[in-house]
Design a protein around this ligand. Structure first.
Ligand SMILES: NC(=O)c1ccc[n+]([C@@H]2O[C@H](COP(=O)([O-])OP(=O)(O)OC[C@H]3O[C@@H](n4cnc5c(N)ncnc54)[C@H](O)[C@@H]3O)[C@@H](O)[C@H]2O)c1
Length: 258
């Protein structure tokens, strides 16, 4: 389906994982895509791979979303290459998991600067042009940590709760000016973040099997399953959806007790 022809999309943290899957899907749907990624090797490699597959333009722009100047420069480069952004997917995120009192100021700052302040910086950078055009879609990738808590994952859920608040607050603010802002909350998704978690266990294969068994469908989410919903939210078909948070967690957050 080519629902995003002639659209410009920015996807942050799209060098790998969920972001890369979203960038690929938006490109398959016809958008010109910017991969705004901090890791130059992953960013470039992924941009080339997607462009080769879809034949639509994909541009890697080195970006650190935690630095407002870097975000501003990325928006300017996007504008020069493809015109102003029609779609922003705030996907870049870091999982900082600590026991609260064992966490440091650096842990807090790293998590907040990327997972919440980085999102706000990107929104600030693209919103003025979107408001001028009276057209735009912003999709924030949150987490089921935005409404459920696992012990000793601090301060990640604090940032993700805040991101839900940011989504809802901006969504209502700009709903009457042609902008739709929504979120997706993935559950356990098979990416490097998940792999790093398993690697920390004594027996990584067993840790993976145990985690898979805890998911109602008996497996982890695939990044392309998040990307499909992101493409729908980015399209004109979803413009009456305002401030929603679509949970894609295999039903984990529905469960009360085993
Ligand atoms: N994997 C999961 O189980 C899961 C579940 C729920 C939510 N999420 C969320 O989905 C998003 C993507 O997660 P993922 O699993 O694909 O992660 P990942 O670690 O595989 O990929 C994250 C990407 O973001 C980039 N990045 C990190 N800091 C950045 C910065 N300051 N500026 C620009 N890019 C930066 C990384 O280099 C990497 O390419 C995150 O926001 C995460 O919190 C993931």
């Amino acid at each position: 389906m080519q629902r995003l022809k002639n659209k410009t999309a920015i996807v942050t943290g799209a060098g790998r994982g969920i972001g890369a899957a979203i960038a690929r899907r938006l490109s398959l749907e016809g958008a010109s895509v910017v991969i705004a990624e901090i890791d130059p090797s992953e960013g470039l490699k992924t941009a080339k791979r997607i462009e080769k597959e879809t034949t639509n333009p994909v541009l890697f722009i080195p970006t650190d979303v935690s630095r407002p100047h870097s975000v501003q420069a990325m928006e300017e480069q996007t504008r020069l290459a493809f015109g102003t952004a029609d779609i922003l997917v705030n996907n870049a995120g870091v999982a900082v998991f600590r026991e609260p009192l064992a966490s440091t100021k650096q842990d807090w700052d790293r998590c907040m600067s990327v997972d919440i302040e980085g999102v706000w910086s990107c929104c600030r950078a693209v919103l003025p042009a979107m408001l001028e055009k009276r057209d735009g879609a912003i999709i924030n990738i949150i987490s089921n940590h935005a409404f459920s808590i696992i012990k000793s994952t601090f301060p990640y859920p604090v940032a993700k709760h805040a991101l839900l608040g940011l989504t809802r607050s901006l969504a209502l603010e700009y709903a009457d000016r042609g902008i739709s802002i929504n979120a997706i909350s993935p559950g356990y998704t098979d990416t490097q973040i998940a792999e790093n978690e398993f690697a920390r266990a004594e027996n990584p294969a067993q840790a993976r099997a145990e985690t898979e068994a805890k998911q109602p469908p008996g497996r982890l989410c695939r990044p392309d399953e998040i990307a499909a919903i992101a493409a729908m939210l980015a399209s004109e078909e979803a413009r009456f959806m305002i401030g929603e948070n679509i949970v894609i967690d295999g039903g984990v957050s529905l469960r009360m007790y085993e």
